[in-house]
Write a protein that binds this ligand. Structure first.
Ligand code: FMN
Length: 406
């Protein structure tokens, strides 16, 4: 995947600077073209010659080169990925605030290439709220910031701040590079998410615990790989949703309340989409709406419920489009997921547990099982953050789509 890719490795002045040597070497082994930029302080920890010997390319430290070659412009144009490893608290602060006072920081400001920061520093520096704020700002500006390893630091403290294993960095590099040539790039993706609200009377309603987090994580990843994303949003965690909608203003968003409204909007948006993700937790039943508040009475009260429209079943499905359903079950996960996959004529179904330790509804983590109509066995995406699972899920779906083109 990295063959002949132009990767700029920015090495800054931290104690882990020498570890960037094995990273450069791994990148070379993967047949990438590696161009190293070092800060002046990095040169106090390790020499440019070490990187030159491994990469067989000129190492840039100075911005004001005497030759005709203008390093920051040339590298800006050349870079397909910039890795900052190790990333000092200082370079993170400069990059987060648009400071461009040396070669490394100027390159980071001038390049539009994807950026991966590998922070490594003393635990107190890392946990300092200013560093954390800078990391957050950089993330919001689109950079990927790895979490450092936890452990005993060279300064004697124990905590987060250690330079991660090179294998872990290479894994992140592959994700960033694969995003650039994703199958989803430029495709129209329709995602439903959140729970629906079925009103009983002007005061009461029935809903479920869905936060919409999985759907928003999917949307975020699909935007990052260059897809055109439209969201149909039911009842969601408002803090998560607000953060998302402020960050991705390019995303078309339609808010709905009930299962009926969700069906109407899906029907309207469906014709232009290439892929439909039905991640919403749509009510199966709804009450007859009462115009006036239902008064309390003596004894039991029974609320009759009617079936809502099954959105996926009711859609006149276009065989050229890809349909991905979600199944949230508390038992017989595999059986129900397979029944839903076949019964609704889907290409994929993503199943997750809603009971027990790994319960996925209304939480930040999940374990997923991806079922595909041509494969007997599901792909297991282990219990982890929904954001990370969304990345893996998109990659796995992409692999299968490529093997079974429509
Ligand atoms: C021995 C020593 C080790 C250091 N290690 C780190 C480190 O691991 N991470 C870090 O953020 N800063 C570290 N620093 C501080 C940075 O070198 C300092 O903030 C410097 O200004 C960074 O410059 P640069 O970001 O331009 O390379 C260290 C300083 C010294 C003297």
């Amino acid at each position: 995947m990295l063959k002949d890719k132009n990767i700029v490795l920015v090495v800054t002045g931290g104690i882990a600077a020498f570890k960037a040597i094995s990273l450069a070497s791994q990148l070379k082994k993967a047949e990438a073209q590696v161009y190293v930029v070092m800060t002046k302080n990095a040169c106090r920890f390790i020499t440019p010659l070490s990187f030159k010997s491994i990469t067989r390319n000129k190492v840039t430290v100075e911005m004001f080169d005497e030759s005709d070659y203008i390093p920051h412009i040339s590298l800006t144009d050349l870079a397909e990925l910039i890795i900052v490893a190790p990333a000092t608290a200082n370079i993170i602060a400069k990059a987060a605030n648009g400071i461009a006072d040396d070669m490394a920081s100027t390159l980071l400001l001038s390049s539009e290439a994807p950026k991966l920061f590998v922070p490594a520093m003393n635990t107190r520096m890392y946990l300092n709220q200013i560093t954390q704020r800078n990391i957050k700002n950089l993330t919001e500006a689109g950079a990927r910031i790895m979490e450092p390893d936890y452990g005993l630091m060279s300064c004697g403290t124990t905590g987060p701040g250690r330079f991660p294993e090179v294998e872990r960095i290479m894994g992140e590099v592959e994700i960033l590079m694969s995003r650039q040539k994703s199958w989803f790039k430029g495709r129209e993706i329709l995602i439903t998410l959140g729970g629906t609200i079925e009103d009983i009377d002007p005061v009461r309603f029935i809903t479920n615990r869905s936060s919409g987090k999985m759907g928003l994580s999917l949307a975020e990843e699909l935007i990052k790989v260059g897809a055109e994303v439209t969201l149909i949003v039911g009842n969601v965690d408002s803090a998560i949703f607000e953060k998302f909608s402020k960050k991705y203003i390019q995303c078309t968003i339609e808010k709905v309340r009930s299962a009926e409204q969700m069906y109407e909007v899906v029907k309207k948006q469906y014709s232009t989409c290439d892929v439909l993700f039905m991640a919403a937790a749509v009510a199966d039943y709804k009450p007859d709406f009462q115009d006036d508040k239902v008064k309390k009475q003596e004894g039991e009260f029974h609320l009759p419920l009617k079936r809502t429209k099954d959105i996926l079943k009711s859609l006149a499905k276009d065989k050229n489009k890809i349909h991905i359903g979600f199944a949230a079950e508390s038992q017989n996960l595999e059986k129900y997921a397979k029944e839903k996959l076949m019964g609704k004529g889907l290409d994929f179904i993503v199943a997750n547990q809603v009971k027990g330790e790994k319960a996925a509804i209304g939480t930040d983590q999940s374990e997923l099982f991806l079922y595909h109509q041509y494969e007997e066995k599901p792909i297991n995406i282990s219990y982890g953050k929904k954001e990370d699972n969304a990345v893996t899920l998109i990659q796995e779906i992409e692999k299968i789509i490529k093997n079974h083109p429509k």
